[in-house]
Design a protein around this ligand. Sequence first.
Ligand code: BEZ
Length: 201
Amino acid sequence: MKLYHAPASPFVRKVMILLHEAGASDRVTLVPALGNPLDPGTLPIDRNPLGKIPALERPDGPTLYDSRVITRYLDETLHARLYPPAPRLWDTLVIEATGDGIAEAAVLMRYEMHVRPEPTRSSDWAGAQWQKIDRALTALEERWMSHLSGPLDMGQIAVACALGYLDFRHAERNWRETRPALAEWLASFSARPAMQLTAPT
Ligand code: BEZ
């Protein structure tokens, strides 16, 4: 299988962590793919019309995207068991959506302040994205710490990738300051070999 990949992408990182946790990283060939909304560069627009990564070329059907579709496919085909049975599944999916939402807003902020031509950049718009992230971090800190400390699942992996991206691109926002439980959880989760092998660069 071919995985369209960029080492900075928090969404690609979710897929890579699943593969490492399942002992199956050798099942994919990584294809470097770089671009942005203004310049698709080497993004696989012929494979994913939305021009986003990750995208996974697989032997048994059309190319898969986005990260949640790919992780569901790999979880099932590799028997990784990172999506628990219902009713716990519903919590896992909400936590995964929360992590992905944080990562999405954080990537949009990055594009706004570094890719959009300077005269058209809006710090108000970027600030509104941060408000979303801030609310989602509070929800994780206040509502989901006990789930995050439970058996490994894709919710935890998505949150760890989102927080890792905040550290990588938005460290100056200092998200840990008012989130001590989440900060402690990430410190412990980051010791996993799969996290260390996939740190953004
Ligand atoms: C980044 O460089 O921040 C980035 C690269 C690929 C996807 C998302 C973000």
